[in-house]
Design a protein around this ligand. Sequence first.
Ligand SMILES: *Cc1c(COP(=O)(O)O)cnc(C)c1O
Length: 452
Amino acid sequence: MPTPESAKMHEVTGELREAVFEYARNRLSYSPPPLDHSQPESELQRLAGPTITEKGLGGVAALKVFELVLAPATISTDHPGYLSFIPSAPTEASKLFDLIVSASAIYGGSWLEGSGAVYAENEVLSWLARECGLPEAAGGVFVQGGTIGNLSALVAARHAYGARPGKRLAFVCSSESHSSLKTAARVMDVDIIAAKANHQGRLTGAAVAEALGSEDLDRVFAVVATAGTTNFGIVDEISSIAEVAKQHGKWLHVDGAYGLAAILDDSKRALFAGVEQADSVIVDPHKWLFAPFDACALIYRAPEIARAAHTQHGEYLDPLETGEWNPSDYAINLTRRPRGLPLWFSVATHGVAAYRKAVAANCEVAQAAAELIREREDLVLVRDPELSVVVFEKLGWSPADYAAWSDKLLKDQVAFVVPSSHAGRTNLRFAIVNPLTDVEMIRQILDSIPRN
Ligand SMILES: *Cc1c(COP(=O)(O)O)cnc(C)c1O
């Protein structure tokens, strides 16, 4: 049968196919990749020109635009000198498998269509649940990121709680919790009750009890603990928070988007005591489980509660109600890429022990970085690192000094360290999740800060 004219665009030439594979192969084998930097829109317009035209540019030309103009205008989050925000350090196995996931066009929303993929994703979720000490029945779904994970968990919590007519519902979280919780509150049209973290940046059960003391308890449907704050990597005192939450019969959600990965490190595990009591937890594999963007593991203690909150109903969806596990039932999502598979393949390839070692090694580099900072009289460690985030100030520097140093570091293609701040004071922050970020690199970056 001849290919219909309209299907011609569903194939490319052998030349283009090879060029794309070649590009991917090269990018995968860079170690490290170029750091690169962003460009103003006007410059991109000048270099790339309009690329969306009636006729099309042809694949080889479009790939060239990407390779020569667009890709270099993105900062490589997997460069070992990328230490801002939370970097990304996917294993090669996970990136390779991401190609396979794309090539396979798997529908990851339902068991009917994707059982093989869903089975593998669920095995990963069960492993993570076991690490947290959650019961055998725990399960959930890989969603796009921690923002959607937190929102979906809190929507399930509210659904389980039910309405309180005439009352504005609310959840409790730390004054140091992540911005996505504010977004969740806004989207859900509920209030946040901020409980005050202590001088170390840690929320305790006592602080939650205090915040609840002056509240109408009936309007509170959940308490959120953070397992590794984004700014400092501080783990809340989950066990005492769990105690207060349980005492009042409230849902406990643990936001471990960044930090919960460190439960794999035996020397850090004790920090997470109490997580086994959570009603829901999240951890982002794209942050510290060495998987590509974008993936958040969202796990519920009792998944049927989440299913009741999230399942979409429609005549066209009836065939999916097979009684089997449909990932789309556990979050705000329907169609989904089986985005847990790159992590599945990498863990299946390397084994859990390799993950424990890699996470522990990042924590050791963070400790060594803190030591180098303590040795310098002109640098002040803001808090002792608990996981793999290191925050420090340079004595005598104005915000402009920080910015100028940071700009130069990127311009010189050494590292990407944007100034951060805490309590109104500018600081520098290293978030270390890349196994290629070693003490030598940290030393080089610190040496580029002129001594007083
Ligand atoms: C990063 C982060 C989030 C949000 O996750 P995204 O994947 O960026 O949406 C939520 N909570 C914490 C603690 C985080 O570090």
